[in-house]
Ligand binder design. Structure first.
Ligand code: SR1
Ligand code: MG
Length: 400
């Protein structure tokens, strides 16, 4: 049975029923707005007379961006709660403060970060977010280490793995990222000028690599992953943020499940590529483009440094230092491959990205083409790309 859905008029009474939130907000004086602009859910911001505010996120029984014709279980909020629980334990500074799950209502309450900016919007406007990549790399490393057999005993890992199954949302990822962009499908859409580029992706070599990556996504339960860590699932602070403020916080964790650790890093890499293609077409200033060009390396280094810092605390010395080096190399290669597929789906399939979509013609086609060409090289050559310095990238500059 569906959980009863809230609306702005019923949120105050709901908050009043939550004694555990009494110290955080005054339900008698709240005003409420529904701000959900994502693909799936209801999101309310409740603000009281003292300007204290909270975010309530409730899953809808269908895919919001499509409508009731695409039913989707409200249980996805349980996956999000697992993601928040783990992150709150292992990397609390890199998520909004988490105030818990209402299981019956299929609803979570989190800190309101309205004074922050969704990273994709900042990137679209050409704003530099110093340290955001490193912060996210650190976040991925902490959750990866602390939920894997490296950080917890195998019995605990098995229990967590079993509890974190998220089949409906994984199926969405499997279809939208690994299948549909490479076949004829109603979800696909692209500018006609791109038809040759899109059809060229359906070649034997690339499809073989897509299959390898799909299999890896479906069968490699290495660690609890965010599962949808694109730049629209990240907040960056405003310029007036006090010193010591984390440079980024991840949110929207409903795709969480036990998967390949490199998938989250790849989601970031693929979205950096879209941001970079936009910057090229808009001839953004050199300092912004230079900074974009460092993002993959910064994210990877943030991840690697944190992972190496945690390594001495591994629970099983059978995992030797030599194993760590091989594990890091494999995770990097996975991230590059997944990153390529994440970028391709945003050009070809359902749920595109504003980085590209809001560009005027002919820049939109040119940006999309740059993304497809670079991304497919990532997929094909990922095992031979040893480091961020070797990663094929868009080299079209504002002054070229
Ligand atoms: C039908 S859901 C479409 C997309 O929205 C989410 O943010 C995920 O990226 C998903 O693939
Ligand atoms: Mg999302």
């Amino acid at each position: 049975m569906s959980a009863v859905l809230l609306d702005p008029t019923t949120v105050p009474a709901y908050l009043a029923s939550r004694d555990d939130l009494a110290g955080l907000i005054d339900p008698t004086s709240v005003t409420v707005t529904e701000v959900g602009d994502g693909n799936l859910n209801l999101v309310f911001i409740a603000t009281d007379a003292d300007s204290r505010s909270l975010v309530l996120k409730q899953s809808l029984p269908y895919v919001r961006m499509v409508g009731e014709s695409w039913p989707l279980s409200q249980d996805r909020i349980l996956a999000e709660a697992r993601g928040y629980d783990a992150a709150a334990r292992l990397a609390p500074e890199f998520i909004p403060a988490y105030h818990g799950l209402d299981h019956d209502r299929r609803l979570i309450v989190v800190e309101d970060l309205s004074s922050w900016t969704v990273w994709r919007r900042a990137l679209n406007e050409g704003l530099i977010a110093e340290g955001a990549g490193a912060a996210l790399g650190t976040y991925v490393a902490r959750v990866a280490f602390g939920t894997s057999v490296l950080g917890i005993q195998p019995e605990e890992y098995q229990a967590a793995l079993a509890a974190a199954a998220n089949p409906e949302l994984c199926r969405i990822t499997e279809d939208l990222i690994f299948t549909e962009p490479f076949i004829d499908h109603d979800h696909n859409e692209w500018d006609p000028e791109l038809t040759d580029d899109v059809l060229a992706l359906r070649n034997r070599k690339l499809l073989a690599e897509v299959a390898v990556l799909k299999y890896r996504f479906e069968t490699s339960g290495q660690s609890l992953i965010h599962g949808d860590l694109h730049t629209g699932s990240v907040f960056v602070p405003g310029l007036d943020a006090p010193p010591g403020t984390p440079a980024a916080k991840a949110f929207d964790i409903e795709f969480a499940f036990y998967g390949p650790t490199g998938f989250d890093l790849g989601a970031l890499f693929g979205n950096y590529l879209a941001a970079r293609a936009r910057a090229s077409q808009l001839r953004r200033p050199t300092d912004f483009v230079d900074w974009l060009d460092t993002l993959v390396a910064e994210t990877w280094q943030g991840f690697e440094q944190e992972f190496r810092r945690l390594w001495p605390g591994r629970v099983d010395p059978a995992f030797t230092d030599a194993f760590l080096e091989r594990w890091l190399a494999r995770t990097w290669s996975d991230a590059v491959g997944f990153g390529g597929l994440k970028a391709i789906r945003r050009i070809v399939g359902l749920a595109k990205v504003s980085d590209i979509e809001t560009l005027p013609q002919p820049q939109r086609v040119a940006a999309a083409r740059l993304v497809l060409q670079t991304a497919s090289t990532w997929v094909l050559k990922r095992d031979r790309i040893a480091s961020p310095a070797e990663l094929p990238w868009i080299d079209q500059r504002a002054d070229s």
